[in-house]
Design a protein around this ligand. Sequence first.
Ligand code: GLA
Length: 378
Amino acid sequence: MLTLQAPVSQTFTARYGEGATLFASPGRINLIGEHTDYNGGFVFPGAVDKGIVAAIRPNDTARVRLYSIDMDEEVIFGLEEADKPTPSWAHYIFGVCRETIKRGGQVGGFDAVFAGNVPLGAGMSSSAALESTFAFALNELFGCGFDRAELARIGQSTEHNYCGVKCGIMDQFASVFGKQGCLVRLDCRSMEHAYFPFDPQGYRLVLINSCVKHQLTGSPYNDRRLSCERVAQALGRELLRGATLEELEAIRSQISEEDYRRARYVIGEEQRVLGVCEALEQGDYARVGRLMYETHWGLSRDYEVSCEELDLLAEIAEQCGVTGSRMMGGGFGGCTINLVKEELYEPFIATAKQQFEARYGITPLVYEVVISDGARRL
Ligand code: GLA
């Protein structure tokens, strides 16, 4: 994100003058715990070194002037509900303003310029990075006094109410709470969290981007959530969290086969996250890796949020002897996350690129994971 500071700051000065403050928030990875957050389960994300940088300065008016360097577009909007701007990229920031105001924050007008380097549609939460940057910045600049957990909720509500994605809390949480060198295990029901230093000696964590751009807006993501809610209701529970496979079997005839499979995945995933935490404490990376593969195939076959490109990447990883590999994030495209032994790294990346290119005619992109800090003033 460091490379974004100079262009963001210079562009601000050129467009709106002096006096801006710089803020940043990262995208995230998730080691394990996918589609568990909105079920009240556990997730295990970490913030990355790619994110959003924004230069912001209150302007003593009731209007926001916002310039996106990446879109090369300026949008001006007011802060009332009726003022929702047209470009979809601006909904994230408008939503953060509105959600802050709804919670009693005295947000006034401001000028802002921002840019990002989280690959879009890669399942690395570029949108959460954007929301967290602005939630954090407005909280500081307008003295709203919200704690970090509330800032994460402001981002999540923005997705729900202004962007059409009924997401869980994982992405915004990771973006706000990230800590250099640490993954964070979050209990999405109680919001209790614990940092786990993550530096597996002799291994590397690498993302491979299938370059299939995922889109969580629209039905497929929200559909999964509805399935889970239906099953929870059939089980007489508020959330799927804590349900057992036995309980699920007992109501199998009352729910659709599709909902059954989806719930089976979620229940299994809750156990896998706890298994990974235990394995990490014992330094048992082989077990961490096995659980990652199980998650992948659960997401692919039961939850049906993978795609053939991601399945191929996981298969190649397995053939290359990679310790663990799985699709990451909401799905329908984006990246796999791979835990790979140092000595296998080069041959694995070479094979993955070559086989993927032979099948799809494009070279997948590779990102080394650097676990970094969350939302901050620069
Ligand atoms: C997206 C959502 C998250 C989470 C993941 C899947 O990233 O924003 O809340 O549900 O998908 O684990």
